[in-house]
Ligand binder design. Structure first.
Ligand SMILES: C[C@H](c1ccccc1)n1cc(-c2ncnc(N)c2C#N)cn1
Length: 303
């Protein structure tokens, strides 16, 4: 049965993402729980991918550590055996796939960095020649590497709707010039470091989305999940071919299967065959191990 917030009926549910749940823990903490659900073509599928939630949580935790010298994170703990007593009934459901975090006053802007042109950025470029007010060279195609990474803030759309890319001036108008400039600086700095680290492992970081918030002392912290295949586009470097849709590091098997079935994307997603589920699970574990250099089994033994 897919993990849903009903499984945590006793907790105070704050919100759901496509594949994640957010709960309040006391007055000053939140619990982020990653399910094994997966979405493709913006549709949440009925079949779970075992270990996906743990892989994405482990990746976020690893990236938070890699980035700690650049920006503090919202994470308090990921050790379920040290969680507050109210979470004890859910320990095994939370193990490896959850983060206890400071409750932040979230900045109402999605901070997106792009090193390559695709997705909504490509659509904006094809329509206007620019993305979030950044004029770009002519002749770029799907998957083109940009002359330099760009910061393209967007609004926070409700679930099921698409974020809207906005200009940096619009972002400043919404959250103030100083904070907007700090978010741009941090977003590009983090993206630059992550891009180098991923490229050293043969993975292109095409784009990613960060969320930030302020803690009760007013400290700006990196929040949400970070640099996971759900918040970012990761492409295998050896199959990068500008001019077409790039193979997704983690979801290509699912995309190919769904396309092969002739599935109508306005219809509910079909169940996935066992071989596609297992191949996708293996890809997630491979992504974790390739990026972190840590065996997934070792990660599971530490949580
Ligand atoms: C978008 C994301 C979300 C994830 C999962 C399910 C539904 C929403 N979300 C996270 C917060 C949030 N709020 C207060 N303090 C925090 N530390 C965080 C975080 N991260 C608000 N929204």
């Amino acid at each position: 049965m897919p993990l849903t917030h009903e499984e945590f009926a006793g907790l105070t549910h704050l919100g759901s993402g496509k594949v994640r749940e957010l709960f309040a823990v006391g007055d000053d903490a939140v619990l982020l729980v990653a399910s094994d659900r997966i979405s493709a073509f913006d549709v949440v599928l009925p079949t779970e991918i075992p270990d996906k939630g743990a892989v994405l949580t482990g990746l976020s935790l690893w990236w938070f550590d890699q980035l700690a010298d650049l920006v503090p994170s919202h994470v308090v703990s990921s050790n379920v055996d040290e969680y507050p007593a109210e979470l004890t009934p859910y320990t095994e459901q939370l193990r490896g796939r959850s983060m206890l975090c400071r409750r932040l006053n979230m900045v109402q802007i999605e901070c997106v960095a792009r090193g390559y042109l695709t997705g909504s950025g490509l659509k904006d470029y094809q329509r206007t020649g620019a993305v979030s007010g950044h004029p770009l060279p002519t002749g770029l195609v799907d998957g083109s590497k940009l002359p330099a990474p760009i910061y393209t803030p967007s609004t926070k759309a409700p679930i099921g709707e698409h974020d809207e890319n906005i200009s940096r001036a619009d972002a400043a108008g919404r959250i103030g010039t100083e904070l907007a400039a700090e978010l741009e600086r941090l977003t590009l700095q983090i993206f630059g470091r992550a891009s180098v680290l991923a490229a050293e492992r043969g993975i292109l970081l095409a784009d990613t989305k960060f969320e930030f918030g302020h803690d009760t002392q007013g400290t700006l912290r990196l929040a949400d999940e970070v640099l996971t295949p759900d918040s970012s586009r990761f492409w295998p470097e050896d199959t990068w071919r500008p001019g077409a849709s790039q193979p997704s590091f983690d979801k290509q098997y699912i995309r190919d299967y769904l396309t092969s079935t002739g599935w109508d994307r306005t219809a509910p997603g079909p169940e996935l065959p066992a071989d596609v589920v297992e191949a996708t699970r293996v890809r997630y574990v491979e992504a974790y191990e390739r990026l972190t250099g840590i065996s997934f089994k070792d990660y599971l033994s530490t949580v």
